[in-house]
Every structure is written in C-alpha cells, then in structure tokens.
Design a protein around this ligand. Sequence first.
Ligand code: GH3
Ligand code: MG
Ligand code: MG
Ligand code: MG
Ligand code: MG
Length: 323
Amino acid sequence: TQIIARPGTTQQMERLTVDHSHLRDSRILLVEDAVPTQLLVQLLLEDHFHVATADSAEQAQIQSLEETPDLILLDINLAEDGMSGLELCKDLKSRAATRHIPIIFLTSAECDDTEEACWNAGGQDFIRKPINETTLLNRIRNQLILKRQAENLTRMAYVDPLTCSFNRRYFEEQLNAQVAHNARHHRSMSLLMLDIDNFKRVNDTYGHTTGDECLELVASALREEVGRPMDQVCRYGGEEFAILLPETDLTGATWIAGKINKRFRDRLAEIPSGGVDEEGLPGLTVSIGVACRLPSEGVKSLICRADQALYQAKQSGRDCFCV
Ligand code: GH3
Ligand code: MG
Ligand code: MG
Ligand code: MG
Ligand code: MG
C-alpha cells in the first residue's frame, strides 16, 4: 500500500496496462458431437480466434496432446459410446502436458448436479445452451487472459531476463525437489557451479553492454552443451551459473564439465589474441566446480562441495574443472 500511495506511482502503473490484441492468435478446440451446435459456435468464434473442432472425446484427447490448444470448449453430453465430456476433462487435468489448458463446458442441463459435476471435473467455467454470443466470447476471453497472466508471472518468477536461463529462485526450488526425490529413490544427481574467468576485465575493457552480451553467449553455449531436456542451466548470480544434472554420476558430470571448458577454449583459439569475434565479443574461459550428490547428502552440503571445487579450479589457474 505504501508503494501505491507514493506520488506518481499510479500514473506509472497505468502505463503498464496490458494489450490484449494477441488473444486473436489463440487456438480454441471445440468439442461438440451435435453438428448444428458445432457449426453455430464455430460461426460465432471464427472472427475472433482460430477454431479447431472434434466430434468425440477420444478425438479431442489426441488433438489436445498433439496441438495443445489455448482453451477447450467442451460439450458435456457427447455420444454415449465413448468417453464423456466430464471424463475427458478429468483425464486432461490429470496430465502434466494438458493440465494448464482452461476448459469451459457447454451444457444444456439446468440442474445443480450438472454444474457441480463441471466444477468437480476440474473445469474452469461453463456456458448454458442456448448460447449467448456475448457471454460466450467474454467467458473465453477471461480464461485466455487469466492463462496468459499466469504464464507471464511464472516466466517472470523463474526466468532471468538477460540470459533467458532459469534464475536462482527456480534453481533452489528444483534442487530441493531433486534432492528429496533422489534421496527417496536412491538415484544419482550432480551439480556444476560455474564462474566466468576474469569477467571484471571484460567489463572494464569492452564495457558493460559487451559484458551483458557475453553473459547471453555463455548461457546459450551452456544450454547447448548440456543437451538433455532434463538438465537445467540456471543463473546463480552475476557471472555465475549452476547446472543441475539429474540421473548423472560423477563420470557423466566431469565429462560435461570438460566439454564446457573445451567449448570456450576452442572459441578462444579462433579469436585473434586479445581481439573479438564477428559479433564483437571477446574470448573467455570458465572455471567449474563439480559435485555428485553423496548418499544421504543434503542441499547445503552439495552446494558447498561444488563451490569448494570451483574455488579449487580458480586456485589451479582457471579454465578448468575440479571435483
Ligand atoms: P574470477 O576469475 O576470479 O572469477 O574473476 P572475475 O573478474 O570474474 O571475478 P569478480 O567476482 O571479481 O567479478 C565478477 C564481475 O562480474 C564483476 C561484475 O561487474 C560482473 N558482473 C556481474 N553481473 C553482471 C551483469 O549482469 N552484467 C555485466 N556486464 N557484468 C556483470
Ligand atoms: Mg452433445
Ligand atoms: Mg564470480
Ligand atoms: Mg568470475
Ligand atoms: Mg572472483
């Protein structure tokens, strides 16, 4: 409240008003078995969104998994020989890949039980037939806006804007979750802590803008080197990165650390001594601390060992990794 009360803040916030014109690009999946209703709803929506249709729950299930629509309009009463609308909703809400897709039911029933069933199945809203055009469009719009806002907030909470790597908050949450999971299932996991060598010199020589571009370059190189989708590159702080390697033992982790060192060394070799590459970025090297989680080891100790190994790599002359 204090921030809002500060003079000028309200005007500043007003300038942040969100533009919703992008909603036009939204893809809606309409699941309806009655042809007249399907045509009518399609007609109402086609000037506002991209609309795909499905006649059965089974068909809609495949389309949802393959095309991940932004929203599903789901007839509650589908042909009786297959999965019902409610069953499809429950199924989609139980899968990580489709859980986030908002579902609005289309229902002709006017009893409380049906409404309750829609909510219980995990639906976000429902619309009664006969369909009111304005209500239909606004209910869809509201769900799309909510979804977009949730996505934006998640991105802002977990992604570093400069390097597009995960941020420290994400790193800590993931590390805690992974350590807990590995402790239960006796799986191996490793952590790399990486620090750019003599980075202050890069800023001092070429300026902070070039320094920032170097950070972007390092982050994307790291993402390329780790390769597997489950490996996660996080910006730990200033010019330090932490890399989470699930299902990776010490041999695997040192192999990746060696690959990372080599990548920057190879690039450095291609740049004229003391010069810059085609993008105007100087050569640089990195130091890496490698730690593989010991049985029953906790988060703090794991980070501490990776950090000590990083310190050792710096002491050993940089441009290398230590365990
Ligand atoms: P060392 O090899 O011992 O790590 O030397 P160093 O110069 O890299 O270490 P130091 O910790 O002294 O300096 C890190 C520098 O990273 C200082 C800081 O200005 C720079 N830095 C941190 N965050 C950013 C950033 O977001 N952008 C830019 N351009 N520089 C940053
Ligand atoms: Mg029907
Ligand atoms: Mg540092
Ligand atoms: Mg450094
Ligand atoms: Mg330092």
